[in-house]
Write a protein that binds this ligand. Structure first.
Ligand code: HEM
Length: 369
């Protein structure tokens, strides 16, 4: 843990670690949008119950509602790439946790199917004819499904770090793994997801600027600023909380030369994003230059947090015995095929996003109020 990540590892291991982080960041953007977007929409659906003054959905909800099913599809697709590298890198720790939690963990698949179906039902507006309750209930189910999935991945990750507990866990036949680290970790995921959502939605506004009423856009820009700044501040606080929660060896791993510069990078990323958001007062302030800088901050935050998270795992899992298997895997030559499939998929996803944008623009009767 003395050299900066990933340089202290042999070439093949360093390559897989890098791919794991890079593909994890891409997946993280879509997962964050999906998770925060669903929570945001669900909260919006509860507004009519507060009185008619609050009943009108805002521009952010309109955009997120249009895009959420597609974003979920992208999260599921992009999630496969880090999963592939994770399996090559960590083998038994990942597989064992997976098998120990198997029936429970795999429930995330039906949960995602239910959420997917609900999102399309909501988008079709079929539920709206029965009043505010059915759509609000459907969105609550979606949020519960996503929280369950997030919790299942976090629980699986944590169980994979504690090999000393595997025997006892198996013997007890339990379906749930409880760990005090779970909540600060999950809390960080949820809050940081709102900062990513705010940024992506801001880009979506820039992308479709011509179609939005100026006053709605101004209000939405201020709401995004509030969302982003609160999310960034809470995430920074939760990252500290998570750090304090860890045991001494795990903390030492985060303070090591391998991880410390990345933890600092994450904090710089958070600060940069906050600095970009704070002066935003209207839609005109959402310029490509400002959002480009904020995006650089978001990438720094996601990469930094990803490496810090991985450093915690590297301290708990013995990677030394797996170096030879990484070398062997790299010699097989699948990376070229992976990169070809990656580019192909990126192109198809980009094309689908363009189709969605075009269809949303065509479906818009006039400017959105
Ligand atoms: C909306 C659905 C999803 C949500 C909310 C979600 C949430 C999460 C969260 C919170 C983590 C971090 C766990 C931690 O660090 O403790 C995570 C990790 C991960 N997720 Fe997802 N996830 C979703 C869907 C998926 C899907 C469909 C896949 C795969 C096809 C996937 C692949 C992964 C992988 C590979 C990791 C890294 C696990 C590790 O490093 O141990 N996720 N996910």
């Amino acid at each position: 843990m003395d050299a900066l990540f990933p340089f202290g590892f042999p070439g093949p291991t360093a390559m897989y670690l890098t791919f794991y982080i890079v593909t994890g960041v891409i997946y993280g953007v879509f997962m964050n949008y999906t998770l925060a977007g669903a929570i945001l929409l669900a909260m919006g659906r509860l507004r009519p119950f507060l009185g008619s003054r609050w009943a009108r959905p805002g521009l952010i909800e309109k955009v997120v509602g249009d895009w959420l099913p597609a974003m979920l599809g992208m999260a599921i697709t992009t999630g496969v790439a880090p999963l592939l590298f994770l399996q090559i890198l960590h083998k038994q720790s990942f597989y064992t946790a997976n098998l120990l939690l198997f029936h429970r963990f795999m429930l995330f698949l039906p949960a995602l199917i239910v959420a997917y179906y609900m999102l399309y039902l909501l988008k079709s507006k079929r539920l709206d004819v029965w009043g505010p309750w059915p759509p609000a209930s459907a969105l609550t189910i979606v949020v519960l499904c996503f929280i369950f999935v997030a919790w299942a991945w976090t629980e699986n990750h944590l169980l994979s770090l504690h090999h000393e507990l595997w025997g006892e866990f198996y013997g007890s036949g339990r379906w749930f793994y409880a760990d005090a680290e779970l909540w600060p970790r999950l809390g960080f995921t949820v809050t940081v997801s709102f900062a990513t959502l705010a940024l992506v939605v801001a880009w979506q506004f820039v992308w479709g600027r011509g179609g939005h009423e100026t006053s709605s856009l101004d209000l939405a820009a201020r709401q995004l600023r509030l969302l982003a700044v609160v999310a960034l501040a809470t995430s920074a606080a939760e990252a500290v909380l998570w750090f304090l929660w860890l045991d001494t060896p795990a903390r030492a791993a985060l303070r090591s030369s391998l991880a410390m510069p990345y933890a600092a990078l994450a904090l710089v990323g958070i600060t940069l994003q906050a600095a970009c958001w704070l002066p935003v007062k209207s839609g005109a302030d959402l310029t490509a230059k400002r959002l480009g800088l904020a995006t650089a901050g978001a990438v720094a935050m996601l990469v930094g947090a990803g490496v810090a998270r991985e450093a915690r795992r590297l301290a708990a899992v013995d990677l030394g015995s797996l170096l030879e298997s990484h070398r062997h895997a790299a010699a097989v030559g699948g990376i070229t095929l992976f990169l070809a499939c990656f580019l192909l998929n990126a192109g198809v996803i980009g094309y689908c996003a363009w189709l969605i944008k075009r269809d949303i623009a065509m479906a818009r009767p006039s400017r959105v109020n």
